[in-house]
Write a protein that binds this ligand. Structure first.
Ligand code: AMP
Ligand code: MG
Length: 414
């Protein structure tokens, strides 16, 4: 008889079968969304040299200490420093150099006076530097200067090895001169749908048949979470066909095999039979709603997860079990989800299982609240489409009143 497991127990057991995949080096330009496999150390300081954060004049703070609105201090301009040039000049007493944002600070200078605070508030392209400049307020040492190493010190570890690279991370690595990055190989995930009632899109729906929608949902989820889908299509309720399909998954060198349907009592047996011929399969009942039946094991050494056939159960089963497995293979350590605390705008009933209820959450005057999107039948994909969140009702809870607070998983940005 199968065991009744809590969701977290089932997650832990399942995740223990997965390990981070091997490492490959790819060009930085292709790295967004990939997971760093090694920590990154800075090869040099950022900024790499003292530079100006303003268009203006590099000065000695001591020289302009007495400057004020009605008593400007006049300095002799001895040079003109564009961004990109290290100039061999030294700003001495009573002197200044015109400087552009990002240009290296010349020696001798220790502050930058923005053009707005001088009598030379002229910024037309190509305009020559003045011979002298008047400064109308005092500046402190370091003002408008970005000192070398302010943001990053050479040899510092600036990114951990489990970082999923966001656009800003990619830009930061470019700033550090990292042209190739070590990342985890993308997990390859085979997926097939079982059921004699299923027909592929493009063919006519005969009476009693339905279109295979799970393959589309699951392939899309695989892609969304940064893995490579290998779509093996529809497999009829037939032992030979399932055998051929599983062997194809093996020859495709996948890291995980996913099936949908055929894991509820009765129809499940033939998939179990075939998997067990060359592997192992446990059949768990997980204390969750939707998606109680979950098959988990391995086929010829490749992890196998049998998701329920009902479209909402398959989706939720993926989010709860497959997503963290993909993340772990991808090298991501924190596989948890961010939750939002929301108030119920209606009383809800549950059956004591850990429930994932389809809901719309919204914000009014800073308060998040939630309303269910219609009946919660596990075949009602429409109510999932209308939802922007899943509400988490803990196990053991059978009803919650209007106004009660629950955690919500966001399905979309809200
Ligand atoms: P089963 O797990 O085979 O008992 O299927 C449970 C329910 O899910 C049945 O109503 C099936 O018709 C439906 N179902 C199974 N596979 C799919 C699929 N790939 N796409 C859409 N619905 C499916
Ligand atoms: Mg079936």
């Amino acid at each position: 008889m199968s065991e009744l497991l809590s969701v977290s127990e089932a997650q832990q057991r399942l995740l223990s079968a997965f390990a981070p995949l091997d490492v490959e080096r790819i060009p930085l330009a292709q790295a967004v969304g990939r997971v760093l496999a090694e920590p990154v150390r800075a090869a040099f300081d950022i900024p790499p040299f003292d530079n100006s954060s303003m268009d203006g004049f590099a000065v000695r703070a001591d020289d302009v200490g007495a400057a004020r609105q009605d008593g400007g201090v006049e300095l002799t301009v001895i040079g003109d420093i564009p961004a990109g040039q290290m100039m061999d000049i030294t700003v001495g007493e009573g002197q200044a150099a015109r400087i552009m944002t990002g240009a290296p600070l010349p020696s001798g200078a220790d502050a930058v006076v923005p053009v707005e605070e001088t009598d030379f508030n002229a910024r037309q392209p190509g305009i020559a530097a003045p011979k002298t400049v008047q400064v109308f307020r005092a500046f402190k040492t370091g003002e408008n200067v970005r000192p070398r190493g302010q943001d990053v010190r050479v040899n510092e570890v600036v990114m951990g090895s489990d970082t999923r690279l966001r656009p800003q991370d990619v830009g930061f690595l470019a700033m550090l001169g990292v042209a190739y990055v070590p990342v985890r190989r993308l997990p390859r995930v085979a997926v097939f749908a079982t059921g004699d009632e299923l027909v592929p899109l493009g063919s006519k729906l005969a009476p009693g048949k339905i279109y295979d929608s799970n393959s589309y949902t699951l392939v899309s989820q695989i892609e969304k979470y940064g893995a490579q889908p290998v779509n093996l299509g529809i497999v009829p309720d037939d032992v030979g066909a399932v055998q051929i399909c599983l062997e194809r998954a093996v020859s495709e060198n996948v890291d995980l095999i996913l099936s949908s349907a055929g894991v509820s009592v009765g129809a499940f047996d033939f998939v179990r039979h075939v998997v067990e011929q060359r592997g192992r399969l446990g059949f768990w009942r997980v204390n969750m709603r939707p998606g109680k039946p979950l098959a988990f094991g391995e086929y010829r050494g490749i992890p196998f997860i049998g998701l329920p056939g009902n479209p909402v159960s398959a989706f939720v089963g993926f989010e709860v079990f497959v997503r963290p497995a993909i993340q772990k293979m991808g090298g991501i350590k924190a596989t948890g989800r961010s939750v939002l605390r929301v108030k119920l705008l209606e009383a809800i009933e549950s059956d004591g299982r850990e429930s994932y209820l389809r809901a719309v959450i919204s914000n009014e005057n800073g308060n998040w609240s939630a309303r269910l999107t219609g009946h919660q039948g596990s075949g009602n994909l429409r109510s999932l489409v209308q939802a922007n969140a899943l509400l988490l009702v803990p196990s053991g809870v059978k009803s919650l009143p209007f106004g009660a607070e629950v955690d919500a998983w966001l399905l979309d940005d809200v």
